[in-house]
Design a protein around this ligand. Structure first.
Ligand SMILES: Cc1cc2nc3c(=O)[nH]c(=O)nc-3n(C[C@H](O)[C@H](O)[C@H](O)COP(=O)(O)OP(=O)(O)OC[C@H]3O[C@@H](n4cnc5c(N)ncnc54)[C@H](O)[C@@H]3O)c2cc1C
Length: 432
């Protein structure tokens, strides 16, 4: 079965094996069984996935579980429920809170992973907790909101295949605040939650952000790049700026891309182009390959970097070889992807955005990476006991795995007690 038929981009080659799981037990069993045979990729709605043209050299486990339980203002939703249907049904049940997140494609189980957000709302605003199956301990557990490490388009579930999300519990009842001027103008004065939903859907349709087979601009993975967070003194002149924390400013990636010379509709190699409606969405015009799309993504990233010395980072998920995978399987996967060292190229088989040969590391890089490893493996699990930590590493900028760090600058890692994983200064969670 081709993954192109299961991703909103319409891209991706075949998978070696495929399993569909309609109940929680089936889901857990399917993942455990598939793990014994090699890499596993959990598939939701495929709206945030870029899969290589070569496909996935393992098993796809497709989540099709269902169920939405309401208990007062608490709503628990199975991972396989369609997200927009959850928004619609909770509003119909008189439980507002999710209306600003209307029209986001995909399934409920994926929403905590990148803390989906739109129009000033994020799922983490209403999530009470996430129930998961831990693929390492083989136990199910419930993570309350403040242990999920939620941040801008990020959480502790992102970039880590350890947790299989089973269901998500929301606390609803309070209408979402209308923070965006554009949304307030469309929704009118004192809009009801239903009016907010309609306004959001109308705005999103105008930008090609609601999946519509009749609209070729929706053959995308949504926003391809996250908005970079940069030190205040590095914000380009004239750029819109939103302060996220003292000294750090979020800059719209769309503004950077346009100012770097990439207009809406810009055609990259082959059949990949920028959406005619939304600068952040990269679109398959129907003839593209994943290689075309990634070439366009690199062209844009490099163009923005050349103009502003700011590196954009992709938002869509990179599928990974699971931690539980045997080293032999990892080695085979990486060799297939042309990697020079197996341990570092796990993701390359499924997505090509970083799939280029890595130059040898300098002694400084090796030291920095060792420190990062210690930080992740030893310190992070214990950070509930810490108030606030700030680390500064030198020389990590030269590693392609740390390409989020400017070449010559120091990388500053910050941890606070609500974040269980280290996070880079620019908000990207892709540490080596
Ligand atoms: C047109 C369009 C508009 C979009 N607009 C927005 C937007 O406004 N805001 C926003 O934040 N995002 C947006 N997105 C991105 C996307 O819709 C969301 O990230 C969505 O939550 C992805 O859900 P999915 O079920 O399709 O996940 P998939 O693409 O199937 O999977 C994404 C990742 O999550 C993992 N995963 C999925 N389900 C589970 C599970 N149960 N347990 C463990 N891992 C799992 C997958 O392995 C993969 O790594 C948009 C996408 C498109 C195509």
């Amino acid at each position: 079965m081709n993954l192109a038929d299961h991703t909103t981009l319409g891209l991706g080659g075949p998978a070696r094996a495929w399993a569909t799981a309609a109940t929680e037990d089936e889901l857990i069993e399917a993942v455990q069984k598939a793990e014994r045979d090699g890499p596993v990729l959990i598939l939701g709605g495929g709206s945030n996935l870029v899969v290589a043209d070569e496909g996935f050299p393992g098993t796809i486990v497709q989540v099709t579980t269902s169920g939405l339980a309401v208990d007062g203002d608490t709503v628990t939703v199975a991972a396989g429920e369609n997200w927009d249907s959850v928004v619609r049904r909770t509003l119909a049940a008189g439980l507002p809170g999710l209306e600003c997140l209307s029209g986001i494609p995909g399934l409920a189980g994926a929403t905590p992973i990148q803390n989906v957000g739109a129009y000033g709302s994020e799922v983490s605003d209403t999530i009470r907790g996430v129930r998961v199956f831990d693929r390492q301990t083989l136990k199910t557990s419930f993570f309350p909101n403040d242990t999920c490490g939620f941040a801008y388009r990020s959480s502790m579930f992102r970039g880590d295949d350890r947790y299989l999300i089973l269901d998500v519990t929301f606390g609803l009842g309070a209408p979402a605040p209308v923070r965006y001027t554009e949304l307030a103008a469309t929704a009118g004065q004192n809009p009801s939650p239903a009016e907010v939903r309609n306004a959001v859907l109308a705005l999103r349709r105008g930008k090609g952000m609601v999946i519509d087979p009749a609209d070729p601009d929706t053959r995308s993975a949504g926003s391809f790049f996250t908005n970079p967070v940069v030190p205040a003194d590095r914000v380009p002149d004239g750029a819109p700026r939103y302060e996220t924390s003292p000294g750090l400013v979020k800059v719209p990636a769309a503004w950077l891309i346009e100012q770097a010379g990439f207009a809406k509709g810009y055609h990259g190699p082959g059949g990949a182009r920028i959406s005619a409606k939304h600068t952040l969405a990269l679109v398959n015009d129907g003839t593209a390959t994943t290689a075309d799309l990634l070439a366009l993504a690199r062209e844009i990233r490099d163009g923005v970097h050349a103009t502003f010395a700011i590196t954009l980072h992709p938002e869509p998920a990179q599928s990974r070889t699971p931690r539980t995978c045997q080293w032999r399987q990892r080695a085979a996967l990486s060799r297939a992807a042309g990697a020079s060292r197996w341990g570092s190229r796990r993701a390359a088989g499924a997505i090509g955005i970083r799939a280029r040969p890595r130059p040898p590391r300098s002694a400084g890089e090796r030291t920095a990476l060792r420190k990062l490893f210690v930080l992740r493996k030893l310190v992070a699990p214990r950070i509930e006991t810490l108030r606030f930590w700030r680390f500064t590493f030198h020389n990590v900028g030269r590693s392609p795995q740390c390409e989020k760090f400017p070449q010559s600058a120091n990388a500053t890692l910050r941890i606070n007690p609500t974040r269980v994983r280290p996070q880079c200064a620019n908000g990207v969670n892709e540490l080596p």
